[in-house]
Each structure stands twice: as structure tokens, then as C-alpha cells.
Write a protein that binds this ligand. Structure first.
Ligand code: NI
Length: 218
């Protein structure tokens, strides 16, 4: 089997697997989030370069081992899956390495993506966390975790460790200040920086309107 055909097969079966896996996920990390991140990552890659196969597979699998969705699961599901469909050890390691660099771990916690592939998947995942879709996903996630929309006495916190960030039960509006509004300046690629601008300003407009309504000004 030629390499390209083999790669196409891996992408196709992985897509099917992930789609089934996340079909009923209601925390904003559903299949359509993965779908958008994959498409956005490939779009960024058109302009920025990188290995398209690694980018596509890593984007499809990027939430499979995520700490937010997996409580106490030690074994890498990504490794298990890629091994089961015959992906080489080297490629599997590369994909796991890319995915490992994607997740946001707190406002004051440095998560640097080193390869172009990791930078692109991280940018795509972060772009899907901001803008109109980001707002929708954030409230879906908050609701899924039983959080309030907003509480006037609860102020945003800049988490300096991943442990603190993981534990937070703060209202959803705080999340805009603790994460979402910071993402624009943490994009890796020029293409993503440009895409982030519009999404960022949309969130600012949303928050202004939210607080105007909260204070009966609007
Ligand atoms: Ni994600």
C-alpha cells in the first residue's frame, strides 16, 4: 500500500472513530468542535506549512486525552487507537507530542508549542475557543459543569498553576478574563493572529453588552 493511500485510510478511520466518540458530548467539546478545529488547522497549514498528515490526525485526536474530559484515565487513548490501526511507533509518538502541547493550562502557565504542526493545531483549537462559537461553547461548558453564568462578587483570577486552573468552579463570565481574552496574544502563526482579531473584538462587544444589560443600562 502506498504511503499516501495508507495516510488517507488513517485519516478516514480516525475521523469515523472520533465522530462516534464525541457524538453525544455536551460540554462544547463535541464532534463539531473537532471538525472545525481540523478544518481550521488545514486552512492555516495551507499558508503556514507543516506536515498535513500529522496536523490532520493530531487535530482529530486533540481532545481524546484531554484532562477536562478524562478524569483519572492514565493510559493514552490516542496511543491505543493509533496502534490499533497500524500507525508506526514514530508517527504515533509525533502525534502524541503534538497533542500534548495543545491544551491551555491557566493564564500564568506557559504552554509553548515547539513544532509548526503543534503550533497550528494549538492555534486552531484556540480560535475555536473565541468569537461567536467560543462564546457559545463557553456557556455550554459552564452549564455542563453546573456553573453560574455570572456572579458580581466572584472576580476573575489569573491562575499561576495548572492545578489551580483545573480546580476552578467560578462563573462562566470569569472564564473570558481568565482565558478567552488572553488567547489573541498567544497565537503562534501570523494567519491565526489575523483570524483572532475579529473573534476577539466580537467577544469584547458581547461582554460590554452583557454588563450594560446586567446594570439595566441597555
Ligand atoms: Ni479542543
Amino acid at each position: 500500500m502506498g504511503l499516501k493511500i495508507q495516510e488517507k485510510r488513517v485519516v478516514r478511520v480516525t475521523e469515523e472513530f472520533v465522530r462516534n466518540y464525541f457524538e453525544r458530548e455536551s460540554s462544547g467539546h463535541d464532534w463539531w468542535h473537532i471538525f472545525r478545529v481540523r478544518n481550521l488547522a488545514l486552512k492555516i497549514a495551507e499558508l503556514e506549512g507543516g506536515d498535513l498528515f500529522l496536523i490532520e490526525v493530531a487535530a482529530l485526536l486533540h481532545d481524546l486525552d484531554d484532562w477536562k474530559l478524562n478524569k483519572g484515565s492514565e493510559e493514552s487513548k490516542i496511543k491505543k487507537w493509533l496502534t490499533s490501526i497500524g500507525v508506526s511507533k514514530e508517527k504515533t509518538t509525533e502525534i502524541i507530542h503534538i497533542v500534548g502541547q495543545v491544551s491551555f493550562k491557566g493564564a500564568g502557565v506557559e504552554t509553548r508549542a515547539t513544532s509548526i504542526e503543534a503550533q497550528i493545531v494549538q492555534d486552531a483549537d484556540r480560535l475555536d475557543a473565541i468569537g461567536a462559537i467560543g462564546i457559545a461553547r463557553t456557556f455550554a461548558y459552564g452549564g455542563n459543569r453546573g456553573r453560574l453564568i455570572y456572579h458580581p462578587d466572584s472576580k476573575p483570577e489569573m491562575h499561576s498553576s495548572f492545578e489551580e486552573y483545573k480546580k476552578t468552579t467560578a462563573p462562566t463570565i470569569n472564564h473570558f478574563y481568565e482565558k478567552l481574552l488572553l488567547l489573541k496574544d498567544r497565537m503562534n502563526t501570523e494567519t491565526a493572529k489575523k483570524l483572532a482579531e475579529k473573534r476577539h473584538s466580537f467577544m469584547e462587544v458581547f461582554l460590554k453588552q452583557f454588563f450594560d444589560e446586567w446594570e439595566s443600562k441597555s
